[in-house]
Write a protein that binds this ligand. Structure first.
Ligand SMILES: [Zn+2]
Length: 313
């Protein structure tokens, strides 16, 4: 039996919305909380809401010059501002100064980053590394409190980011991204917003319990590991020659086996999955990924053993 991991109490907690300026649920919630933060108060912790990319939010675009949530690289954070910097490069450094600096003792204890996806992904929790036991426990807690058959709560483990961190949540000591969907870009839907709101509130309940000294026992958790990004079939000029197959559309996290359809070519042909093992696609037909040449992200099912955790006295 593994021993209990102890962790400092969670005092400085940030909730970011508008990291992508056209993902509206998080933007609406954070704007509301900035006016009235009462909902974010707990006995032992109060979360601070902030709009991560206000200029992009104002224009209702994903970003101004480049994707903010790909801009938290070592190289960008370590260099100083210059006149030629992209808007998001400069802004990533500011966020790192305010809520980090990443990897330092001054970094905030926890960062929750609110995103919407156009894919049918229900409530998806993004965790950077299984070594972040606190985020694993938080996800487990969210699964037990917020999951129902109409909105499953799944975890994606983005392990490669340990070596090459790029996203906003890596600024804090711990962090999760929430991807709630499906919701179109630039549109806010009540059911999606409410689900996101519940996830944030449950997260703060968990942090409060943790700070109060509750011990969270060891458990095993299923999570989806990232295998690779899959592009659309293209012609020599780089133009897409196919669309997501109707039998794959909206089937995020469901198994795809060899021979199952992936794409419908514009000439009417079907492209079938020709791999050897079962995969689990996610971000299927995500609108924001057309520019990134990603049709879907291939996942595998993994199981993690998570040790018990409690607050350091
Ligand atoms: Zn996003």
């Amino acid at each position: 039996m593994s021993s209990t991991v102890v962790n400092s109490p969670l005092r400085r907690v940030a909730v970011a919305g508008g990291t992508h300026g056209n993902e509206m649920s998080g933007i609406y919630l954070v704007r509301h909380w900035m006016q009235d933060p009462t909902e974010l108060h707990r006995g032992t912790v109060t979360a601070s809401p902030f709009l991560a990319n206000p200029r992009a939010v104002e224009k209702c675009v994903r970003y101004i010059d480049q994707d903010l949530n790909r801009s938290f690289t070592e190289e960008i954070l370590a260099s100083t501002d210059s006149d030629h910097d992209a808007h998001e490069v400069r802004h990533a450094r500011q966020i790192n100064q305010q809520y980090g600096p990443r990897g330092s003792v001054n970094a905030w204890d926890f960062v929750i980053d609110l995103h919407n996806t156009t894919a049918n992904m229900g409530s998806t929790i993004i965790i950077m590394t299984p070594e972040d036991h606190l985020s694993m426990h938080l996800s487990h807690y969210l699964q037990s409190r917020c999951e129902d058959s109409s909105s499953p709560c799944r975890v994606i483990m983005v392990k490669e980011m340990i070596r090459d961190p790029i996203s906003l949540i890596t600024v804090g000591k711990h962090g999760i991204g929430l991807e709630v969907g499906p919701q179109p870009q630039g549109v806010v839907k009540a059911d999606i917003l409410t689900r996101m709101r519940t996830l944030v509130n449950c997260s703060l309940d968990f942090m409060d319990l943790f700070n109060q000294g509750a011990e969270f026992p060891a458990f095993e958790m299923e999570a989806f590991g990232v295998l690779e990004r899959v592009d659309y079939p293209r012609n020599a000029a780089g133009e897409p020659q196919a669309v997501i197959h109707s039998k794959l559309q909206d089937k995020d996290f469901l198994p795809v086996n060899p021979g199952d359809p992936l794409f419908l070519m514009l000439n009417g042909e079907e492209i079938l999955y020709d791999g050897e093992s079962t995969i689990y696609p996610s971000f299927i037909n995500e609108a924001a990924y057309y520019e990134k040449n990603v049709a879907f992200i291939k996942l595998q099912r993994l199981v993690f053993s998570v040790p018990a955790i409690r607050v350091k006295n």
